[in-house]
Ligand binder design. Structure first.
Ligand SMILES: [Zn+2]
Length: 282
């Protein structure tokens, strides 16, 4: 099995729950509902809020979550009711306007804000929940249930067959765009079982020789994508019509429109092209 993780994992960030007692710098990911504060520099790069400015409204923010340190800079997820004169938008607004590490931190912040907002009450007895003092968890003192931020593991897979790849599109994709197949892990399933089941359900083919390539947190809303290559084994393409609008084998020299470099689907495709010796777009 070849393990090909690309891009490199973000090692500069250290996750922590308890904020330092004093700090003079900070990086703030500011939200209104699920939308993030949108500010861009003159080069079009998205900018988090800095420490001095955030300090002015920290007292009025609905909630400030400490996330950890990025190269010793404390990072925070901040929930607000909005800021006058400012624009907020979905996390997808950051695509193409930030590096992978910053995007992953914004996604982490969005999920922490969403988790906290969605776990104010115990899901079993309905009483108000309280925050754990040491962990990122909400607790019901009666039921003793701990509610951690939820993650939904998913597989994403590039199916290949001697220089061809099987790509699919669903109705929500932009016109003409094709991508790899993906699906959520069900309770009781191994990752490998999920992959084989999802491929069979969505396009009707059987695959073998699964190769794990790497993973990507995908905060829409809380997926963790586990990326594979899989070799075609048998079967004709039969579409699961409720989900898949079209699926085809494509020659790697003549690919259709595919997702941008922010997404693991693209990394999986590029990794296969590299394996074939086909130059990839930078
Ligand atoms: Zn309870």
């Amino acid at each position: 099995m070849s393990l090909f993780v690309w891009p490199e994992p973000a090692t500069d960030f250290v996750s922590e729950v308890i904020a330092p007692e004093a700090y003079q710098t900070g990086c703030y990911f500011v939200f209104k509902g699920s939308d993030i504060l949108l500010r861009f520099d003159t080069a079009g790069q998205w900018q988090p809020m800095g420490h001095a400015e955030a300090a002015q409204f920290n007292g009025t923010a609905s909630k400030v979550h400490y996330m950890g340190r990025m190269a010793d800079m404390p990072c925070f997820a901040v929930e607000t009711a909005g800021l006058e004169g400012e624009t907020f938008g979905g996390l997808r607004s950051l695509f193409g306007h930030t590096d992978n590490l910053t995007f992953s931190l914004a996604g982490r912040a969005a999920q922490i804000v969403d988790w906290y907002r969605s776990h104010q009450f115990c899901g079993r007895c309905g009483l108000a929940a309280i925050e754990h003092s040491q962990d990122r968890a909400m607790i019901c003192e009666v039921c003793k249930i701990h509610s951690y931020p939820r993650l939904s593991p998913s597989i994403i897979v590039l199916i290949h067959r001697q220089g061809e790849v099987l790509l699919a599109r669903n109705q929500r994709f932009p016109q003409g765009m094709y991508s790899t197949l993906a699906g959520f892990v069900e309770p009781g399933e191994s990752i490998e079982e999920t992959l084989i089941r999802e491929v069979k359900e969505e396009v009707g083919v059987n695959v073998t020789n699964l190769e794990y390539h790497g993973s990507q947190p995908w905060p829409f809303p809380n997926s963790l994508m586990l990326g594979f290559h899989a070799e075609y084994e048998s079967g004709d393409i039969v579409l699961q019509e409720e989900e898949i609008a079209d699926a085809q084998w494509f020659d790697c020299q003549q690919l259709p429109m595919i997702p941008g470099k922010v997404a693991i689907s693209r990394w999986l495709i590029d990794a296969y092209l590299t394996r074939l010796g086909i130059p990839i777009e930078s």
